[in-house]
Design a protein around this ligand. Sequence first.
Ligand SMILES: [Ca+2]
Ligand SMILES: [Ca+2]
Ligand SMILES: [Ca+2]
Ligand SMILES: [Ca+2]
Length: 352
Amino acid sequence: MGRKTSLWTALLVTAPAGAFTPGCTIVDSGLIDSLLAGDAGASDGAAGDGATGPRIAGDACKDDTDVTVITDSVELTVDTEGFSSTFNSNCSGTPTIGNDAFIPIDVLPGEVWHFHLAADPTDERSRDRDPAVFLVQESNDCDDRGCNNFSDECAGSFDEHFAFEPSAEGRWYVVIDDRQAGSGRYNLDAFRLLCGDGEVSHGENCDSGELCTNQCLAVLNNNRTMELEPNDTPPEANFVEIPIVGGEITISGAIGNGCYPDLYSIEVTAARPHIAISPEFPVGTPCDETSAPYEISVINRAGGVIDGTRVAGCPSFDRMLDPGSYVVSVDIPDQPDAPSPYRLKFEASTTR
Ligand SMILES: [Ca+2]
Ligand SMILES: [Ca+2]
Ligand SMILES: [Ca+2]
Ligand SMILES: [Ca+2]
C-alpha cells in the first residue's frame, strides 16, 4: 500500500469517477488562450522544446522553463506521449515505469489542495493505464521517498487522488505517472479548497451550515449517525462528535467497491484522552476472525500511524492519546465489489 505515514496530508478518495461533486469545472483561462493560439498544451502535451508559448508540463523535475505554474484550481489534460520516464516512484510497492510529466505548483501555508488524476476515458490507451499521481518538492531535491504526498492506491485504470496541506511556502511538482510503461492521456484536476466560500468543491464534504465544522468537515453526532461520503481524504473526513454526556457514539458506514478507506476525524481532549473504537463488522454480527479483512488505524496530525489492535480477530483501537486532532481510518485492503456495512462505536473517557 502506498499509504503508511501519508494519510493526514496525502490521503485519497474512493470516489470512483462519477462520484465527483457537481460544479467542479474550473479551467485555467491562460491555458485556453494558449490552446486557441495553437501552442503546446492540453491535447498534445509534448515535452516541448520551449520555443514558443507555455508548455503544459516538464519532462523531469525542475524542468519548468515556460511551463505554466499552478497557483489556483485548474483542470489540465496531459498526453505523456513525447515525455520519457525520468522518475520511478516506489511508494505503492510497484515502480511507476510509465512516462512522467511534471507540473510546477506554488503553494502557501494554510492552503488545502486536492489532486485528482484519471486516465482519459476517450483515449484508447486508457484501459491499459494504471495512473499514479504524487508531489515532489523542489527544495527537497524532488525526493519522493517519504511517500507523504502520493496516490497509487488503485491497481488498474481507476482514478487516483489525494489531499495536500502545505506547511510552508514553496514550489512543488505534481507528477503524472503510471505503473505501466509508455504513454497515455490523463485528466488532472487540482482543486484549491476554500472552506467557507459557500461552495462545496470536489475534495470538500461540506462548506458551511448545520452539521459542518468550520474546517468544512461533515459532522456525525446524535442528529446524524450515518457516514457522509466521499470521506476518503482528511479534508473531507467525517467529524465524529463524541458527546460529553455518556462519552460515546455509534456511527454507521459502508466500505467496498473502491480502493480508499473511510476516514473519521476526532478531537482528543486532555480531559478525556482515552479513546476506544470498537466495531460491528458487518452490522448485526459479532466481530471475530471472519471480520479479519477490516483494518482500523489512527493517524495523528504529523502523519504518524497508530495501528489498531486485534482481539479475537476483531480490529479495534483502545489507548490513551495526546490531545489534538486525529483521523481514524477504516479500510479493507482488498475491498469487495459490493459495499460492506459496518458500525463503529467511539468512546472517550478520562482513563482506560
Ligand atoms: Ca515514470
Ligand atoms: Ca494506480
Ligand atoms: Ca468551499
Ligand atoms: Ca464509506
